[in-house]
Design a protein around this ligand. Structure first.
Ligand code: AMP
Ligand code: MG
Length: 700
C-alpha cells in the first residue's frame, strides 16, 4: 500500500545512559519490517542507538527494502538561525556544524558548552536556555527564562500548529527538546555520510533514496497511545510501536499528501494535520493477508462437489478486517471480535420478583401466619436499610434487593393487610418469589462468543452485566462490479441487443442485507484494461470484490483472464446447478468472487458460496444456513452428479417451486422466498417427498 516497505520510529533522548532495565525517557525503537510488527527495542544510550540504526539500515538496504526512519525531534531550527550560525540558509549546514563540535559518551556530553558557545555568538542571552548541571555554570547560557532573550523566533511554523510541542531552544526541564536536537542531529549527520546517496531527509530532499529520514511526533497519535497505556507497559514503547504501525498502514494517497510539504529550512512534523488518520491507523489488530494459494484446487480435480468447495473456503479463509472497540449503542449487527465476559452478575443481588412482603422462612410457625410489619420498605433502586428481625415482615416491590434477614416473599394478593401486620395461609416454600443473585449470569461467565453477529438482545445482555464497550470487527467492505458490453444502467436509453444491469442492484442489496458496507464500482465493458483499472480501484476501497459476468473462459470472459494473469486464479468448477464456473482469485491480495453473469446463477452462487466466505472474511463463525425438511408439492427427476437449487416457497406447509428452471428468469427469483436444495445423487421427487427448504432469511 505504501512506497516504503519498512517503518522504524525512534523516540530519542537527550539525557545520559539509562541503564540496562527498560525505562521511559530512554531511546526506544519501534519497527514494522516488511509488514511484520516487531517488539519495540530499548536502547539505553545514543551510542547503542547509533549502532542499532546503522545495522538496521544495512539490513534493509541489503534486503532491497525501502525504509522510512522517523525521529521525534526537529530536523531544522526556526528560520534565520542556519544562516546566522553558518552563513548558509541550509539545515544541513547546522547538522555539520554540530557534528564537528558535539562530543558524546554514555556518561557525559558537552551539549551545554556548545549551546553556550552559540549563545555567545549572539550576545550571550539566547537562543538557548536551560542548564541541567547544578554546579556548572556556562558563560552566556541562561539557566531560566527570566534572564533569557532570544534573537530568533521561538518556534518553527509547524510548532504553532502542533499543540503541546516544545521549543528547540529549551535544554533542561520537562520537555527539553533542545537537548534532543543537539544530541540527535550529529547522529543523523553521520548516518547520512555513512550511506551516501542512500538516505534522503524530509522535507529538505526529494524522497527518492531507499532510506527516508522524517521528523515525527508521538503527540499526533496521543489518543491511541493513551488507550494502549491504559493496559500497562511503557509509554515510549507504545508510542514507537503505534507510530510505526500507523505509518505502515496509512493508505498510499494519505502518505503522499502527508509528505507533500514545503519547509526547506525549518523542516516540518510529518503527519501534522493527519492526526485522525494516523490515530485510526494505529489502532486495532489487523489480520495478516490471505495466502496466495487460498483458492487453489487439488491437481486433477474436475468437478468439485458443493460440500467440498465449502470446506475449502472454510479452511482457507480468515478474517481480513481489523478489530476495534465500539460503545454498545453502536454495535448492533457488528461481528464480535473476542469472547466477552460478564463483569457483574445478573441479577447482581437477590431480589424480589413480585410486589409483596418479605420475611425469613425459617422463622415461620406451623399453620396460618400473622407477621408484624417493620417500618419502611424496599423498592427497586431504594433498598431497605437495616435488618428485618426474625418473625417480622417488610413491604417489598418488584426488583428490590432483598433486605438483610429476608429470603422469601409472599405475593401481595395472597395476604390480608392489617394496620401493621399481614396474615397469610401456610404452605409457602422457602425462597418463593425471589430471583437469586447470579441465577442468570455469574460475574466472569462468557456471555457472548467471538464471531457472533450482535443482536438487539445481545446488547441487552451485555448492558445488564456491566459492559459498555464491545470488541468488534470493522465492517467488511464489499465492492460490486458488473461486466458486459451489453449492459446499460436502469433508466438509460437502450438499443437492440442491450439489457439492463440487473445484477448490480441485486448484489448490492444482498451485501447490505448481510450487514456489510457496499462499495458500488459501477459496470465495465468487456475490455481488459478498463476492468483492470476498476479492480485496481476496488482493492483500494474494499476488502472483497464481487464481479458478475465474464467468469468462464470464453473470448469475452475478462474476469477469469485477468485473475489468471495475476497468477492467483482458480476456476472453481463446482457440481452445482444453476452456476457456471465460479472464478475465485486474489487481485493484489484482495479476494475476488467472479460470479456468473446470469442473474439466477449469480444469486445462488452468492448465497451458497460467497455469503459464508464473506462471513469468514468479516470475522463471523462459519454460517450454515438453517434449512427445514418439508413435504414437496412438486414432481422432479434429477440425474446424479451435481447438487441443484430451485427457486421455491412454502404454501400450506408444502414446498412449491417456480414454474420454470430457466436461469434467465429473474421473475422467479422475485417470486421465490427461498431455495429448495436437491442432493448430489439421483433423485425422483413426487408430491409428499420430504425435501430441504432454505428460506432466504436463513442466509443472513
Ligand atoms: P457472461 O457470464 O458474461 O457470459 O453472462 C451470462 C449471461 O448473463 C448473459 O446473457 C449476460 O447478458 C447476462 N448478464 C451478465 N451480466 C448481467 C447483469 N449485470 N445483469 C443482467 N444480466 C447479465
Ligand atoms: Mg459477459
Amino acid at each position: 500500500m505504501t512506497f516504503y516497505d519498512s517503518f522504524a520510529i525512534v523516540d530519542w533522548s537527550g539525557g545520559n545512559d539509562s541503564g540496562p532495565r527498560p525505562k521511559r525517557d530512554a531511546i526506544w525503537l519501534g519497527l514494522v519490517r516488511a509488514g511484520v510488527e516487531e517488539t519495540p527495542r530499548y536502547l539505553r544510550n545514543r551510542l547503542e542507538a547509533e549502532a542499532a540504526l546503522t545495522e538496521l539500515i544495512e539490513v534493509e538496504l541489503s534486503a532491497g527494502r525501502r525504509l522510512m526512519l522517523g525521529f521525534d525531534f526537529p530536523f531544522g531550527y526556526p528560520s534565520g538561525f542556519a544562516e546566522a550560525l553558518t552563513g548558509q540558509a541550509c539545515p544541513f549546514a547546522i547538522w555539520e556544524w554540530l557534528e564537528t563540535r558535539i562530543s558524546d559518551s554514555p556518561k557525559a556530553n558537552n551539549r551545554f558548552d556548545v549551546a553556550g558557545e552559540v549563545n555567545r555568538m549572539f550576545g550571550g542571552t539566547g537562543p538557548f536556555w536551560g542548564n541541567a548541571r547544578p554546579k556548572h555554570d556556562v558563560a552566556g547560557l541562561p539557566r531560566t527564562k527570566a534572564e533569557y532573550h532570544n534573537p530568533f523566533p521561538d518556534r518553527r511554523a509547524v510548532e504553532a500548529r502542533a499543540k503541546g510541542s516544545f521549543t528547540c531552544w529549551q535544554l533542561a526541564g520537562a520537555g527539553a527538546v533542545g537537548s534532543q536536537v543537539l544530541m540527535g542531529l550529529p547522529v543523523l549527520e553521520r548516518l547520512r555520510r555513512r550511506f551516501p546517496g542512500k538516505v534522503a531527509v524530509w522535507p529538505f530532499e526529494p524522497m527518492v533514496a531507499p532510506v527516508g529520514l522524517v521528523e515525527i511526533w508521538p503527540g499526533l497519535i496521543d489518543p491511541a497511545v493513551k488507550r494502549a497505556e491504559a493496559g500497562g507497559g511503557i509509554r515510549d514503547a507504545h508510542q514507537v510501536r503505534l507510530l510505526a504501525r500507523a505509518l505502515h498502514r496509512l493508505p498510499m494517497d494519505d502518505m503522499r499528501a502527508m509528505l507533500n510539504i514545503d519547509a526547506p529550512e525549518e523542516g516540518w512534523i510529518m503527519g501534522q494535520g493527519f492526526e485522525d488518520k494516523l490515530t485510526h491507523a494505529a489502532e486495532g489488530l489487523r489480520p495478516p493477508p490471505l495466502r496466495d494459494d487460498c483458492f487453489a484446487l487439488p491437481a486433477g480435480v474436475d468437478w468439485t462437489p458443493v460440500d467440498e468447495a465449502l470446506d475449502m473456503l472454510r479452511a482457507r479463509l480468515h478474517p481480513v478486517v481489523r478489530q476495534t472497540t465500539l460503545p454498545l449503542t453502536d454495535a448492533l449487527g457488528r461481528v464480535l471480535a473476542e469472547d466477552v465476559t460478564a463483569i457483574r452478575a445478573n441479577p447482581p443481588e437477590t431480589n424480589t420478583a413480585v410486589d409483596g412482603y418479605g420475611f425469613a422462612h425459617a422463622a415461620l410457625a406451623e399453620g396460618d401466619q400473622v407477621l408484624p410489619l417493620v417500618e419502611g420498605r424496599a423498592a427497586a433502586g431504594a433498598p431497605f436499610v437495616g435488618t428485618v428481625p426474625k418473625g417480622m415482615a417488610v413491604r417489598v416491590l418488584t426488583g428490590a434487593a432483598l433486605p438483610e434477614g429476608v429470603d422469601t416473599v409472599i405475593l401481595q394478593e395472597d395476604v390480608t393487610l392489617g394496620d401493621d401486620a399481614i396474615a397469610f395461609r401456610s404452605g409457602i416454600k422457602p425462597g418463593a418469589n425471589t430471583r437469586q443473585a447470579g441465577e442468570d449470569v455469574h460475574s466472569g461467565d462468557v456471555i457472548l462468543s467471538k464471531g457472533r453477529v450482535l443482536t438487539a438482545a445481545d446488547l441487552a445482555l451485555a448492558a445488564a452485566v456491566g459492559l459498555n464497550n464491545l470488541p468488534v470487527r470493522a465492517r467488511l467492505k464489499v465492492a460490486v462490479i458488473s461486466t458486459g458490453d451489453e449492459l446499460r444502467d436502469p433508466g438509460q436509453a437502450v438499443e437492440t441487443g442491450q439489457i439492463f444491469d440487473a445484477n448490480r442492484p441485486m448484489l448490492g442489496g444482498l451485501v447490505q442485507q448481510f450487514g456489510y458496507d457496499l462499495v458500488d464500482m459501477g459496470r465495465v465493458p468487456d475490455d481488459r484494461d478498463t476492468l483492470r483499472g476498476t479492480l485496481d480501484q476496488a482493492v483500494e476501497k474494499a476488502d472483497v470484490i464481487l464481479t458478475s459476468g465474464g467468469a468462464s473462459s470464453g473470448d469475452e470472459d475478462h474476469v477469469s483472464a485477468l485473475l489468471n494473469e495475476a497468477g492467483a486464479m482458480a476456476e472453481w468448477r463446482i457440481a452445482v446447478k444453476p452456476g457456471r464456473p465460479l472464478a475465485l482469485g486474489l487481485w493484489k491480495g484482495t479476494p475476488v468472487f467472479g460470479l456468473p453473469g446470469n442473474p439466477v446463477a449469480a444469486m445462488v452462487c452468492t448465497l451458497i458460496f460467497a455469503r459464508p466466505a464473506m462471513g469468514v472474511l468479516a470475522g463471523t463463525k462459519w454460517q450454515e444456513p438453517q434449512g427445514f425438511t418439508l413435504p414437496s408439492a412438486f414432481e422432479k427427476r434429477k440425474k446424479p452428479g451435481r447438487r441443484e437449487y430451485l427457486r421455491a416457497r412454502v404454501r400450506d406447509e408444502q414446498v412449491e417451486v417456480f414454474k420454470s428452471e430457466g436461469s434467465g428468469r429473474i421473475s422467479g427469483l422475485s417470486w421465490a422466498e427461498g431455495l429448495v436444495e436437491l442432493p448430489d445423487g439421483e433423485a425422483h421427487i413426487t408430491p409428499g417427498t420430504l425435501v430441504r427448504y432454505i428460506p432466504f432469511s436463513s442466509f443472513g
